[in-house]
Structures are given as structure tokens and as C-alpha cells.
Design a protein around this ligand. Structure first.
Ligand code: GAR
Length: 199
């Protein structure tokens, strides 16, 4: 059974979908802890499923490095096989990424390498893109530059705003994330092999 720690910042709708999938007896992974950089709404989903939570408030630390050191200490308590960033809206310090890479993955609401960063949906709209997408990647030391594990195109419709487009992207992200976690757990997707193929 693959053990997973999930890090969030917001509503945690993708976390909820993963928790629902993992509740099925035949799903090969279990979420063992959920962490956040702020009092995230998504903690409620973890509590609903009886999953322990940990809060490492970014604002309580003097620097990203100090915050990352405490986040790393919390993750080490749980020793998950996989760390999933599911809407964590903070860059992790490079040493924390290096400790977990390639067993740390991220969901992103765009078709990477298009529109990386904190505003993937808004940036696609502002660029006038006619299509965008959803991606699941391995986290590396760059901003959304790691190896792509799964992605899918999603059209931008006339009249779309950030909310309507993001609302159509999220269900695809959820499906891709659950599928990637399943494939990692079943050994169909070998993160070490993926990482070693990437220059
Ligand atoms: C998701 O769309 C995720 O891809 C995005 O935040 C959303 C979180 O939604 N993450 C990023 O943009 C990271 N750059 P949720 O809290 O409802 O799951």
C-alpha cells in the first residue's frame, strides 16, 4: 500500500477527490496525512475522512528556508512514500524538494510547459489561448518544470472567466491525479525511471 501525504493551501477539492478514491478498498494508496501552509478550508475534508492534519503557517516563519525546514520535519514524522502538492501555493525550498524528488508530485491547472506558476488559469485567459489543460508533474527545483506524468487538453470557451475555466479544469486534474497515484502505487509508473530519463 502506497502511503501519501498531501499538501494544500486552499479549498482542497482535488484532495477530497483523492480521499474519496483512496477510501475504496481496492485503491492501492492511502492518504496518511494532510498538511498546509495556512488554515486551509481543505482541512475539513481530511477531518471528515479521519486523516491527521498538520499546519506549518508560512507567515509564522522569518524565511522560506525556516518554513521549509519545519515542513520537512513534519513530513519526516509521517515518512510517506509519496508527497502530493494539491493546490499548495508556495514554492518549496530547493533542499526540501531535493530530499523528496522524485517522490513529490504536483497538479497544475494548465498544459505545462504552457502557463506555469501561481496563476495558470488566469495567464491562459490573458494570453487569449483557445485551449489550455491540466497536468500532473514531478516537482523539481524549478517552477512547474519537472517531468510531466500526465496531462490533458481542455478548450477555452467563448465567455470563459477564471472561475468557469478553472471549474472545468479541476475535474480533469482530479482524474489525472488519481490515475497517476494509482499507477505509481501499482508500479506501472516508476518515478525513479521517469526522473532518470529527464536531463
Ligand atoms: C488546483 O487547480 C491546482 O492545480 C492549483 O490550485 C488548485 C487547487 O484547488 N494549483 C496551482 O495552481 C499550483 N501552481 P483545490 O484546493 O480546490 O484542490
Amino acid at each position: 500500500m502506497l502511503t501519501v501525504a498531501v499538501l494544500i493551501s486552499g479549498t482542497g477539492s482535488n484532495l477530497r477527490a483523492l480521499l474519496e478514491a483512496a477510501a475504496a478498498s481496492d485503491f492501492p494508496a492511502r492518504v496518511i496525512a494532510v498538511g498546509a501552509d495556512r488554515e486551509a478550508e481543505g482541512f475539513a475534508h481530511a477531518e471528515h475522512f479521519g486523516i491527521p492534519t498538520f499546519l506549518v503557517p508560512f507567515d509564522a516563519f522569518g524565511s522560506r528556508a525556516e518554513w521549509g525546514a519545519e515542513l520537512g520535519a513534519q513530513l519526516r514524522v509521517w515518512q510517506p512514500d509519496l508527497v502530493v502538492l494539491s493546490g499548495l501555493m508556495r514554492l518549496l525550498p530547493a533542499d526540501l524538494v531535493a530530499e523528496w524528488e522524485p517522490r513529490i508530485i504536483n497538479t497544475h491547472p494548465a498544459y505545462l510547459p504552457e502557463f506555469p506558476g501561481a496563476h495558470g488559469v488566469r495567464d491562459a485567459l490573458r494570453a487569449g489561448a483557445t485551449q489550455t489543460g491540466a497536468s500532473v508533474i514531478v516537482v523539481d527545483s524549478g517552477v512547474d518544470t519537472g517531468p510531466i506524468l500526465a496531462q490533458e487538453r481542455i478548450p477555452v470557451l467563448p465567455g470563459d472567466d477564471e472561475t468557469s475555466l478553472h471549474d472545468r479544469i479541476k475535474p480533469v486534474e482530479r482524474r489525472l491525479l488519481i490515475d497517476v497515484v494509482r499507477r505509481i502505487a501499482e508500479g506501472d509508473l516508476d518515478l525513479d525511471a521517469v526522473a532518470s530519463r529527464t536531463p
